[in-house]
Design a protein around this ligand. Sequence first.
Ligand SMILES: [Zn+2]
Length: 284
Amino acid sequence: MREQEVTLASGLSGVIRPWKTGDLAVFTTRKMLKQPGPAIEAALMRAAWVDTLDRGPYAFDGKPPWLTDILSGDLQDGIRLVRALTFGDYHTAFNCIGPVCGEPIKVGIPLDDLDSVPYSKEALAFFTEQDNRIDWEFPDCGKKLVYGLRTGASMKRIDLMSREHGRHLHVSLAGSVRSVDGVRSNGLVKFMADLSFEDSRALEDELERLEGGYKDEVDLVCEACGLEQTQMIRMKPDFFRPEKPRTTTDDDGSPKRSRRESPSDMQPSGSQSQSTSVSIGSTV
Ligand SMILES: [Zn+2]
């Protein structure tokens, strides 16, 4: 089985192997499907991670704790590299964003060739030296808050809150922060719902500012109308289970869907569990 050395967004490096058939049983294991947040991705990463070569910013012993302490950008980065090693290019289809077009654009994305987005020194310093605590202040209401880089643990928290309160932007914002001055933890959802748009947008930007992972966008040209466009890469079911070795088929022009598997749209921790976007590795 081909193994490969990889270095992830934080500097964590190790050896990965392709997924085996049984590794993907996580998608059909009832217990796994009930797990919050990035549990499935973490299980897939645990399966494929053969050995650690450099722990990067972490202090773990043994296997990397993908579901708790590992930064979510590393998890996303790792998943796309194992996906590339296992299945090669990601053959999928996007719908043209042209207002009167909407035709499918078929593409094979070389996942291992996408640009990595390493965590900056500043980001890693917060993570290693300040217990992943980053101070910030809302521009409009002036309140102070503390948040951290996204980890498996924080993605789990966001997911649990979303299950309770719905998959809304204000809920994911509430789950993303550690604390807000003068707001009790059980009042965070309401606090975020009451924010002005100036404050919520500023917080969204701030939560992305120091994140790492990889550039989850692809440049496309629509054959039907010629429109050039950039779209976010989404993990559809075929991301983890390509239907067949694809070459030139798909005569009906529509992306073929595999049987609906839960979660049907695998939502990577990076962005997912959060409200609006379902792209890989980005947020909110
Ligand atoms: Zn088009």
